[in-house]
Design a protein around this ligand. Sequence first.
Ligand code: SF4
Length: 240
Amino acid sequence: MKGLINSIEPFGTVDGPGIRMVLFLTGCPVKCQFCHNPEIAWGGKGQHYSPQQVLDKYNRNKSFYRKGGLTFSGGEPLFQGEFVYQCVQLLKENKVHVTIDTSLYCDEQWMEKLIPDVDLWMVSIKAATAELHQKLTGRDNATIINNISKLNRSRANMLIRHVIIPGYTNTEEELLKLAEILKKLPFTPTLELLPYHTLGLHKWKSMGLTYRLAGVPDANVKDIERAKVILARQGVAFHS
Ligand code: SF4
């Protein structure tokens, strides 16, 4: 089978350890108001690749990936679960370090099938309270929290990522709820806070989409530090 890939970053450094080939898979069932890749999530464009073609492309630059590997990102990679699953089987036969950058808003069968072979799960929680999650993404977060819990119980290597959006995801209520979700997990994962930014705004405009967070400022160092203090007080550990 073939998967639809919007674009490929051959030397990514922010989507998992080391230097990595990053595949941005087309399509996402979530509708985040702050998505900085709307053309990948909802644009529908891309090129079809087979798992062997993905491996061949990886092998061309293999020497650069000695301490890195390959990351599936998007969009939502698990939206094309069968393709990702087939790729991962082939990549692991070739001893490639595999990371999946996901919202976990997905059919849990793909997550379960991938657990034995994925080296790192980078999971983004968009909002901690159900109300804000619905407002920011158009989806409820019960499925996501449930999948995080299942993944965590399987002892998968997991990094939780959370975007700090001033006035939205950095309220005391949100941060305390986030800490509560993480602390309920049997193997408390580390957390990485990412600052909200508006670098993708022009893409929304060029696609004729309404950007509902217009006017919300980018998060600064103080916003991140303040959130860290609140979360650390609750016993949350951070990714270094
Ligand atoms: S889950 Fe990711 S790709 Fe999908 S809409 Fe949200 S930010 Fe964009």
